[in-house]
Design a protein around this ligand. Structure first.
Ligand SMILES: *[C@@H]1O[C@H](CO)[C@@H](O)[C@H](O)[C@H]1NC(C)=O
Ligand SMILES: *[C@@H]1O[C@H](CO)[C@@H](O)[C@H](O)[C@H]1NC(C)=O
Ligand SMILES: *[C@@H]1O[C@H](CO)[C@@H](O)[C@H](O)[C@H]1NC(C)=O
Ligand SMILES: *[C@@H]1O[C@H](CO)[C@@H](O)[C@H](O)[C@H]1NC(C)=O
Ligand SMILES: *[C@@H]1O[C@H](CO)[C@@H](O)[C@H](O)[C@H]1NC(C)=O
Ligand SMILES: *[C@@H]1O[C@H](CO)[C@@H](O)[C@H](O)[C@H]1NC(C)=O
Ligand SMILES: *[C@@H]1O[C@H](CO)[C@@H](O)[C@H](O)[C@H]1NC(C)=O
Length: 190
């Protein structure tokens, strides 16, 4: 970049700029390496075909199916994995995935379905939210992926992290007359 015959000042400026650029890039890489989580989680597709509250408002009947995508970037093992479904901060279903075997830099698709009834206390604000959603046909659900990630450093030390991802979904209740298939846009989990 510097020409041989350039003046001292310009050369110094040029040299400093190069040093600064190198520094900034390495700091950048370091930050990316620390901040980037070792996996990426998303919901690729979901169907809600039943979501009903009994007249006495104590029992929720539901039928939800979804495809969860997990992409692993770094070497790690996953243990005690659970997928929990929430409506208005109340858990209505839970799936135990146990230990997950994932290959590095590979994507795993999990097709999960939860279908049943749950006794729950939505409280008055939850019942109000339900009634409003029941009129529009759109329900806000939350899916959580939880578990433990165990990774090993170069010297063999094992590190255990608590892992927790939250996926916020707005789903349209489908009935047999109409189907909303193909309308779902993938949702990133954080
Ligand atoms: C509410 O209604 C459901 C069915 O309609 C019934 O199974 C349940 O026992 C009732 N709960 C209460 C607390 O009355
Ligand atoms: C739940 O919904 C799926 C469609 O997503 C359907 O195939 C299945 O029969 C439903 N299950 C029940 C018990 O209604
Ligand atoms: C949702 O329903 C559509 C149409 O029935 C089906 O093609 C799709 O595979 C379903 N997705 C999931 C995650 O169940
Ligand atoms: C899960 O569903 C996707 C499509 O939604 C399909 O491509 C994949 O093969 C299914 N995986 C399993 C294990 O059934
Ligand atoms: C509610 O779910 C339980 C299993 O969790 C089942 O035994 C029961 O029959 C279901 N109730 C109704 C009314 O479908
Ligand atoms: C939800 O809407 C259906 C009609 O679409 C109605 O029969 C039911 O009573 C409503 N449930 C609540 C809790 O408002
Ligand atoms: C499907 O039916 C529900 C209830 O009958 C309605 O609220 C919704 O707008 C319909 N969706 C489409 C795409 O027609």
């Amino acid at each position: 970049m510097c020409e041989d015959d350039c003046e001292g000042k310009i050369c110094c400026l040029c040299f400093c700029t190069v040093i600064l650029l190198i520094l900034a890039t390495s700091v950048g890489f370091l930050i990316v390496a620390i901040v980037t989580p070792p996996e990426k989680v998303a919901i690729l597709d979901a169907n809600l075909t039943r979501f009903e509250l009994t007249a006495n408002q104590t029992t929720l009947f539901y039928n939800l199916s979804f495809t969860m995508k997990i992409h692993k970037y770094k070497e790690a093992d996953y243990h005690d994995m659970d997928v929990d479904c929430y409506y208005n901060t109340k858990k209505f279903d839970s799936r135990k995935l146990g230990d997950l075997k994932l290959k590095i830099r590979r994507t795993r698709l999990l097709n999960l379905s939860s279908n049943g009834n749950s006794t729950m206390d939505l409280e008055s604000n939850g019942v109000d939210a339900f009634k409003r959603s029941n009129e529009t046909g759109f329900f806000d659900l939350e899916i959580q992926l939880k578990g433990k990630r165990i990774s090993e450093s170069d010297d063999g030390t094992r590190y255990t992290y608590k892992l927790s991802y939250q996926c916020n979904l707005r789903l349209q209740l489908e009935n047999s007359q109409n189907s909303t298939q193909g309308n779902f846009k993938p949702v990133k989990c954080h």
